[in-house]
Design a protein around this ligand. Structure first.
Ligand code: 6AU
Length: 271
């Protein structure tokens, strides 16, 4: 079966990664494949943006939050429980293995403590994925089984160098790290859902960013597509930022993106 024809429920049941299973469950139960990208710069605005019913995943850039601290972490965790969404820190870790381990676990931002999902760039080679896989599969890691990675396989900005060999290397590395890596940030499906031994499937979840219903881009090189365009190209989860949080009525905008993304998904799976 190709990625496009299976339902989230089917994919969730068959998935070997616990974070992907939970993600698909949330998507089905909330009828939402919407990731809100909250590039907001203070805790109050961030938490206000997360306090709504339409979000499957809440994506943060926690290093832009000027008053980041315990209240930010506790607030996000409480809202994630209240509304049943997952938290994705868009940290784009990129350094050598030893450094990213410190950036991800403990450190100033304590990402491992509160983010279910974090993304990595493989510019530095295989070591980053090996190192962080070691961190989250270590028997002493307190959130074992609750954390997963996305590889930043393509980018939406003009002139992106995340193409060709870089992108196909991401697919290789995801394949060799199924215990930690369950998908990609990419502009399209990079693989198809493949049956494997033991009734499992190889199934990489695609998060597509650069989603906007009103605009085709910004003045700094961002390029947009609509939810329907993205889902048609294989996006499983659509990431929208300014299209939602900068709208006059952010809750109404979230609902609109949720509805468009979900309808496009239903169309894709023939439901
Ligand atoms: O909808 P926007 O343009 O307001 O926000 C897009 C969000 C920003 C970017 O940091 C992020 O998506 N992003 C990413 C991610 C998610 O990794 C990759 C990419 O290629 N383009 C992109 O915009 O928070």
């Amino acid at each position: 079966a190709s990625q496009s024809s299976k339902s989230y429920a089917q994919r969730g049941q068959a998935h070997q990664h616990p974070v992907a299973r939970k993600l698909f469950e949330i998507a089905e139960s909330k009828k939402s494949n919407l990731v809100v990208s909250a590039d907001l710069e203070d805790t109050e605005s961030l938490l206000k943006c997360a306090d709504g019913p339409y979000i499957a995943v809440f994506k943060t850039h926690i290093d832009v939050v000027r008053d980041f601290g315990d209240a930010t972490i506790q607030g996000l965790k409480t809202l994630a429980k209240k509304h049943n969404f997952m938290i994705f820190e868009d940290r784009k870790l990129v350094d050598i293995g030893s450094t990213v381990q410190k950036q991800y676990h403990n450190g100033a931002l304590r990402i491992s403590e509160w983010a279910d999902i974090v993304n990595l760039s493989i510019l530095s080679g295989d070591g980053i994925v090996d190192a962080l896989t070691q961190t989250i599969t270590d028997p002493g890691f307190p959130f074992r089984g609750e954390r997963g990675f996305l590889l930043l396989a393509e980018m939406t900005s003009k002139g992106s160098l995340a193409t060709g060999l870089y992108t196909s290397r991401c697919v290789d590395l995801a394949r060799s790290h199924p215990g930690s890596t369950f998908g990609f940030v990419a502009t399209r499906a990079l693989t198809t859902v493949q049956p494997q031994d033991g009734g499992r499937y190889e199934d990489f979840v695609v998060f597509t960013t650069g989603i906007n219903l009103e605009s085709r881009g910004d003045k700094l090189g961002q390029q947009y597509q609509t939810p329907a365009e993205a889902v048609g190209r294989g996006a499983d989860f659509i990431i929208a930022g300014r299209g939602i949080y900068a709208a006059g009525d952010a809750v109404a905008a979230a609902k609109r993106y949720r509805d468009e993304g979900w309808n496009a998904y239903l169309q894709r799976v023939g439901g």
